[in-house]
Write a protein that binds this ligand. Sequence first.
Ligand code: G3I
Length: 379
Amino acid sequence: MSHEPTRRACLSATAGFLLAATGWGAKAGAQGADASLARVAAEAGRYYGSAVRIDRIAADDQYREAILRECAYLTPESEMKWDAVERIRGEPALAPIDDLMSFARANEMKVRGHTLLWHRSVPDWAGDFLLERKDWSPIRNYFSDVISRYGDAIEQWDVVNEPIDTGHRMDGLRENVFLRAFGPDYIRRALEDARMLAPRASLMINEYGLDYDIPVEQDRRYLFLKLLERLRSAGAPLDAVGVQGHLDLAKGPFSPKVFGDFLQEIANLGLEIIITELDVKEYDYRAPPEERDRRVAEEVKRYLDVAFAQPAVKGLTSWGLSDRYSWLEITAEDYARYPGVWKQGDGPGVNRGLPLDASMRRKPMYRAIEAAFRRQPLG
Ligand code: G3I
């Protein structure tokens, strides 16, 4: 698929330099005597990984060591998204991805392709362009920029992210710019284009809000399954599903039967499943950290025990490894829920929804993931 010559890839000359400078090739040394999540997962015939940002890996030695020790897979948190790659039309910025791929290659780690079509990562210039011209070529160009460049080094692609939105259409499809410009068939079209560019990769659709036994998520599971069935019967090249797994202690109940049956229905369609973005948003921040960590760990264990009871579940990625770096924040709303609880300079710290704390220490959530991989009770 040739591009008009005007397109200039902003290539990085720094990858090699960075590789040498920060000892990125030091995975072997990082293998502590103590097992890692990557190793425990592999022993269970699955894999463990984390969302990362390459600038943080380059800048934070402690964090980089933890990533090297614990992870077999890396998911770029933002660098591969269309709005990050092609902020300026025709000038794909690929340097951060090149650096991430170099780091992964140097440390025998795999990279998940995240994400191609997502309503929240459309470049400013592209929305109107797609709607006015109904011209698919900018999407094809972007796909080619990222998929062709890395080839088989990326074995999984979140081709379409978060296509479901309840309360609008009978088919449950989100009325995003892609649907409005190209109709419901945009999903199959994206999968077909990705298949052409990555014939051996596992092509996926990634979705959130599929976890709890509450009406809105019941609807989302139903509409999501209907979408998968339509794509399967249309022969669309779909290989697997990403269940994001953004758990939330304000939500519930979590029903092992309901969630287990949902995963089985996906497996019945011959699709593999990856838990792609596991983390936990806390609710009551008043308790001491130990108590907060116990609640988070128990929620994760309940969830992963059901997930790992399903053979079609092949891997787990958490949406970050350490509370030092998480999109989850303690919001003004969280604080407002408990007026006067915290005095000046005092407070709940950060949301504690990831396996390692902000000092890179393993938390009860880490032990919960470990025990779940081993199919053992939480110690
Ligand atoms: O890199 C730019 C920087 O140059 C600029 O100065 C700064 C201020 O505008 O923005 C920076 O980009 C931010 C990017 O993260 C990198 O930090 C974007 O504004 C910000 O929107 C983006 O947030 C990411 C968000 O997806 C949107 O892409 C979050 O880090 C990331 O955790 C979140 O991840 C999503 C998954 O992809 C899909 N599922 C839900 C999940 C959480 O929302």
